[in-house]
Ligand binder design. Structure first.
Ligand code: ZN
Length: 123
């Protein structure tokens, strides 16, 4: 059989395999949302000097959980597409265990039941 699908259809998600490797693992969005709380954020932005981290760990983007070499690089990153995309994704509520259980039909039903509709009208 011939080719069914044209090649290069995944241009928007180049690094999916790389991102799933444990070596390249970054923080998940729900972990970052916890970091965005003002107390945690202040701690992360004023980290002690660590020679193992890029830029001695002094230039950290909380939203992306990334270290940068310099303040200039961090500022350029803040204006960039990746950072803005991450910010919009972080504005959505985090995926919780409760939501997963609700999807599986296990969770507590918090919705109020709809008022009973009279069925006689349809018959
Ligand atoms: Zn960022």
């Amino acid at each position: 059989m011939g080719r069914l699908r044209r090649s290069r259809t995944h241009k928007a998600q180049r690094d999916v395999h790389r991102a799933s490797r444990t070596r390249a693992r970054t923080k998940d969005l729900d972990q970052i949302q916890a970091d965005l709380l003002p107390a945690r954020r202040a701690l992360l932005e004023a980290q002690p000097i660590d020679p193992d981290l890029p830029g001695l760990g002094q230039h950290y983007c909380v939203e992306c959980a990334r270290y940068f070499e310099s303040d200039a690089a961090l500022k350029v990153h803040w204006r960039g597409k990746l950072h803005k995309r991450r910010c919009t994704r972080l504005r959505e509520p985090a995926y919780t265990i409760e939501e997963a259980e609700r999807a599986a039909g296990l969770g507590r039903e918090t919705r109020t039941r709809k008022p009973e509709v009279a069925m006689e009208q349809d018959a």
